[in-house]
Design a protein around this ligand. Structure first.
Ligand code: TYM
Length: 332
């Protein structure tokens, strides 16, 4: 049976990269597969989080998922810490994954920065918890942005090694689903850097709760080069900022970058940016408004997470029990 799992951290404002790289694809998959979408609060605390902010962000991200179009009845939407199976399976995977594998993870290197000795052990073991998230449900498909590819390869390696070590064919090797023209949305200030919640510059990203004026201003100020739009996407290779804005327009309009180039060939970026602003506002403004509306009813959002966790736990429990049995732990 095909099952979809994906996760998102409640660490700050949701942005256009999260929407185009992940959420939008989650919405598209919701009627084709049985889907679990998880607000990964245990992952969030691998870096310092103010407790009140974490509590709030967990609900805000939940509102973002629903406002983007995910139906909490046909999908399972929950927060990670409410289902103990994630942490329990992660421990088993800590004993399966090898140090050498984790040493290769580029996200740890980026996030730990120069002062690696001072990073939390959790940040280092992060990919093992991520493998546990997916495999606690024996999920087969994982829709993510490009930046999660290496972690998913590790999840496959863990599943494979577990199966080999114990001589079983128990865990599936989960497939990454990295789809569309905006699998890696870049910063509006630097076309070689990923758009990210942790970028100190607010101008680098469009948040899903930004007002129409904020969106217009950020796009107007977005870095570009002096040339006009080319008539083919092949000519964008050496123009990262141009490629990024064209990719964003394409994703927001259900086109590919080449079609966008054909449509705007020869236009100046000042004119293109106006068209892009109109697109971005028409997609994001209703989502932002719905997030604000949902956040006024926090009890409802909590109820979604509580019910989701009960449904998720019911799937994970028997999978965990069988895992314990395979490993030789006297539990269950
Ligand atoms: P997170 O919270 O950083 O991001 C959530 C999703 O948004 C995608 N994304 C982007 N896509 C395109 N362009 C960007 N600039 C961009 N920034 C973020 C991410 O690829 C992701 O799909 N480790 C994960 C969360 C996680 C998870 C999992 C995902 C925990 N367990 C199990 C899948 C399966 C993360 O930090 O995502």
């Amino acid at each position: 049976m095909n099952r979809v799992f994906s996760g998102i951290q409640p660490t700050g404002d949701l942005h256009l990269g999260n929407y185009l790289g992940a959420l939008r694809n989650w919405v598209r998959m919701q009627h084709e597969y049985s889907c679990l979408y998880c607000v990964v609060d245990l992952h969030a605390i691998t870096m310092w989080q103010e407790p009140d902010a974490l509590r709030h962000n967990t609900l805000e991200v939940t509102a973002g998922l629903i406002a983007s179009g995910l139906d909490p009845k046909s999908n399972i939407i929950f927060n990670q810490s409410r289902v103990p199976a994630h942490a329990e399976l992660a421990w088993i995977f800590n004993c399966v994954a090898r140090l050498g594998w984790l040493n290769r993870m580029t996200q740890f290197k980026d996030k730990a920065g120069k002062n690696r000795e001072n990073a939390s052990v959790g940040l280092y073991a992060y990919p093992n918890l991520m493998a546990a998230d997916i495999l606690a449900y024996k999920a087969t498909h994982v829709p993510v942005g490009e930046d999660q590819k290496q972690h998913l390869e590790l999840a496959r390696d863990i599943a494979q090694k577990f199966n080999n070590d114990y001589g079983v064919n128990y865990f599936p090797l989960p497939e990454p689903v990295i789809q569309g023209p905006a699998t890696r949305v870049m910063s509006l200030r630097d076309g070689t850097k990923k758009m990210s919640k942790s970028d100190p510059s607010e101008a680098s990203r469009i948040n899903m709760t930004d007002s129409a004026d904020d969106i217009a201003q950020k796009i107007r100020r977005a870095k570009t080069d002096p040339d006009a739009l080319p008539d083919s996407a092949n000519d964008l290779e050496t123009r990262p900022e141009a490629a990024n804005l064209i990719g964003i327009y394409a994703a927001l309009s259900d086109m590919n970058s080449d079609e966008v180039c054909k449509k705007f060939a020869g236009a100046q970026f000042s004119a293109f940016k106006e068209a892009l602003t109109e697109r971005a506002v028409s997609v994001l403004a209703p989502i932002g408004a719905e997030m604000a509306r949902l956040l006024e009813n926090q009890d409802y959002l909590d109820q979604v997470l509580i019910e989701g966790a009960a449904r998720a736990g019911a799937i994970a429990e028997p999978i965990l029990h069988e895992t314990f049995r395979i490993v030789g732990l006297r539990r269950g």
